[in-house]
Write a protein that binds this ligand. Structure first.
Ligand SMILES: [Fe+2]
Ligand SMILES: [Fe+2]
Length: 248
């Protein structure tokens, strides 16, 4: 396996590792994002077993021991499996997450106490980089789920939202909604819930210019339109289940 490194928006770098054994023949990517402010922030630690690969990719851009923030969308191996490995190599680093993530898992599972972020709280990373934390409970899955929005570049680090199969380009302007619908049909990874459409539409109000997918390419273009189309698709899925639930 190799980890590719690409700058996907100003000062934001994508580490991408393709695993052909997952969902063959298309395969599946695992991506992490480094926001290079004065205080560098990593979004997704990567799985524990990929830590050597991702650390070596990050080392091409900065000394790993200078990492300041370790962040991720929710508590799962690909999102945060290597958080304690990063804490061990970077003495100033803190895990930062929302209240639910810290109370339910991270206060216990992280080797150093995490920094609790309020919904909407901003971390100023320096060099003009500011990341805003937004709670998205159960979306696409996990009670503690959330996303980060980098305000200077208009980049939404959207985690598992828009998950797709295959090893596409680092950056695309092509449709990402269709491939996300295909992957949802295959994996059924989202916790369908009544607030899904409304929560995803609130993210559209940010009008992101870039959507950084954890499993797929980074999308450059009208992020609001893509988010609204994804929200519509989930609304339809949920409505399709309501008659079945009412009849049960
Ligand atoms: Fe996930
Ligand atoms: Fe993921």
């Amino acid at each position: 396996m190799e980890t590719k490194v690409n700058e996907i928006s100003d000062g934001i770098y994508r580490f991408s590792t393709f695993v052909p054994e997952i969902a063959p023949p298309a395969g599946f990517t695992f991506n992490q994002f480094l926001v290079l402010g004065d205080d560098p922030l990593l979004f997704h630690s990567g799985p524990r077993q990929m830590f050597p690969l991702i650390r070596s990719a990050l080392s091409r851009l900065m000394p790993p021991e200078r990492l300041r923030w370790i962040t991720f969308g929710h508590y799962e191996a690909d999102e945060c499996g290597a958080m304690n490995e990063w804490l061990a190599v970077a003495p100033q680093a803190e895990v930062a997450h929302g209240q639910t993530g810290c109370l339910v898992s991270l206060n216990d599972m992280a080797d150093r106490a995490p920094r609790v972020l309020q919904n909407g709280e901003v971390i100023d990373l320096g060099k003009g980089k500011r990341v805003r934390y937004l709670d998205t409970p159960h979306i696409p899955h996990g009670w503690e789920a959330g996303v980060l929005y980098e305000e200077m570049s208009g980049t939404l680090l959207c985690g598992d939202l828009f998950t797709q199969l295959g090893d596409g380009p680092a950056l695309t302007e092509a449709d990402i909604v269709g491939p996300a619908i295909v992957a949802e049909d295959i994996f059924k990874y989202s916790s369908l819930n009544p607030s899904m459409g409304a929560t995803i539409r609130r993210l559209a109000e940010l009008s992101p210019r870039t959507l950084a997918l954890m499993h797929g390419p980074t999308f450059a273009g009208d992020g609001a339109a893509a988010l609204r189309a994804l929200a519509d698709n989930y609304d339809h899925r949920i409505l399709d289940h309501v008659p079945a639930a009412a009849a049960a």
